[in-house]
Design a protein around this ligand. Sequence first.
Ligand code: G16
Length: 543
Amino acid sequence: MEQITVNTKPIQGQKPGTSGLRKKTRTFKEPHFLENYVQSIFDGIGGIEGKTLVLGGDGRYFNDRASQVILRMAAANGAARVIVGQDAILSTPAASHLIRKRGTDGGLILSASHNPGGPDADFGLKYNAANGGPAPESITDKIYAATQGLTRYRITETQDIDLSTPGVTALGQMQVEVVDPVADYAMLMEEIFDFDAIRALLSNGFRLRFDAMHAVTGPYAVEILENRLGAASGSVVNAVPSPDFGGGHPDPNPIWASDLVAAMMSDDAPDFGAASDGDGDRNMIMGRGVYVTPSDSLALLAAHAHLAPAYKRGLKGVARSMPTSAAVDRVAEKKGIACYETPTGWKFFGNLLDAGKATLCGEESAGTGSDHVREKDGLWAVLLWLNILAETGKSVKELLSEHYAEYGRNYYSRHDYEDVESAKASALMDALRGKLGSLPGQSFAGLTVKTADEFSYDDPVDGSRATAQGLRVGFEDGSRVVFRLSGTGTVGATLRVYLEALETDPAKCDRDPQEALKPIIAAADEIAGIKSHTDRDAPNVIT
Ligand code: G16
């Protein structure tokens, strides 16, 4: 076993995005690409000598190879110990929990989340800090700076480490501890929720369907929902993770989880349906005959969270990303708790959670979570829903109707234009940015603009400022549209257009969202010239 130093040169394109570095798998497999980035993480966080790290990923293609490289590099860089999920598997929330529970110095998570996996698909790597959360920009900036000045990386030359059995082995001076990826996480869920109440619900004829989308939550969901809570065997579908997610797109939304939608809209629909993504941090919620948007789910969970044991004393506050609908704001207002608006990216919730300013957080991109970890958490959201359904004895549809009657409905939709030429997408954003100041007072498709600005965020805990976080246009009637470029894609650019309108008349709360949002959709195109800039007639994904 020999520790060597390999000379290298900076590689372009290693700037972390919304959530770590995401690239085509074949880019990650190019000579030195992975090694350069891993060494830059180690250098960017001030070295790892004597430190303990967590390592795991969503099991996608290249997860196993990359884990071996990271372990050999961690040993050569002097780490004391790396705690690895068995077979290098850990869901993102389980990794966050392990970092916190074991008090480690941070962790490396191998995942491109909901992006497809495989040799021709996507791969990703991110560093989570000692609080269990995705590194804030102050750290990712240092990592990026390290990528640009890198001249060498350190690695140990040795055989693969056996990661298939729990236990401790040595890699040079470093300990490699392989752990069951599910056990600690399942125990945490038992502490948060009333498993007896959920068990009683499930033994009373209540049926659920959880679609693991051939991704990492399969083993977690089988253990928790079927083994511990007694859901009928087979309630968890697509439960066996595969390196290419069964050839699918593990993104829990009505487009990619269309099988679940079909099942939940059928005559014989179960009472509750849910899905999670590649690495287990996103969720999609459905009831019999009804889809719950992520923004509505966040609001409803905030309204009822006190029904679960961990939140029985109420919430300290809530937080949502800026493009997420204001449905949760209305709940916070009524409960008299703070509501924070952050940029897109779970990393921005970390300080609020650490400082005890927020208990529940959520994003329109199907992420919901709480202060139990520092990541969004798909199965946690499913269990909170089940706990609420068990306590209220109501159906998802009833809860949603009651919510709209009490708070009104924030009609919401996101239109994505994927794989647009980067230059064209930037031109659209630049042109819009340039005319924001002149928009107020002007009318588009019958709607008059009241406010128009580019979102910046001043973190109330550490005072850091994040700029250029999306262009937003608010109309006189309270509706709004937000334009943003995605920070998680791997080819070209993805333009996201977020559309929202508030309806307070309960009689008008059961319309088709695309119908209800028609005027805003038309105004958005007039304002930004989407069709002319992108040459696209319509978005390719509507959620
Ligand atoms: C990541 C981030 C989320 C963000 C989402 C979408 O989720 O953790 O906070 O909302 O990306 O980002 P964008 O709009 O820039 O593509 P995940 O599940 O992909 O890790």
